[in-house]
Design a binder for this molecule. Structure first.
Ligand code: SME
Length: 149
């Protein structure tokens, strides 16, 4: 039998009938399990002008990030995916886990409303190639279909 895909796995656990926190918790667990080479996967959620830490897998992390600061805050403000191949050469980067060397942040936008971002870190430099970013984008798009506004 073929290996289960990320979307198939997500569809087994995520559902609109559960709270967003419950769905986000299973989402990050599934991403961390299915994609090898990640040390941190988590949500930062928008509240007014800042992001606050949501469900995550990995080491304890910074609790709040102002919009426009850090990779997360910049991606949220621009509403654009940001891929950072080497976090040490990106001066706005906020370090949480010293093991992280590359990072991708994907904004979550539903019905033109910014909900927050998904932050994904790897200990490997240049880890987030186009195909991996596309995979994460599809997973986020799937998540958005079941997110309750
Ligand atoms: N690196 C992020 C901060 C969050 S931790 O990586 C979990 C940033 O620069 O926004």
């Amino acid at each position: 039998m073929d290996k289960i895909t990320i979307i198939e796995y997500l569809s087994l656990y995520l559902d609109k009938k559960y709270t967003n926190i419950t769905n986000m918790a299973n989402f990050v667990a599934i991403i961390k399990e299915m994609i090898e080479g990640l040390n941190w996967v988590g949500f930062y959620l928008l509240n007014e002008n800042e992001l606050y830490l949501g469900p995550f897998q990995g080491k304890a992390a910074v609790q709040t990030i102002p919009l426009g600061e850090g990779v997360c805050g910049i991606a949220a403000k621009k509403e654009e995916i940001m891929v950072i191949d080497d976090v040490h050469s990106f001066k706005e980067h906020i370090a949480c886990d010293e093991a992280s060397n590359s990072e991708v942040v994907l904004p979550l936008i539903k019905d033109n409303k910014l909900i927050g971002v998904l932050d994904v870190d790897s200990p490997r430099e240049n880890f987030f190639n186009k195909s991996l970013v596309k995979q994460l984008e599809s997973a986020v798009n799937y998540y958005l279909t079941i997110h309750n506004l």
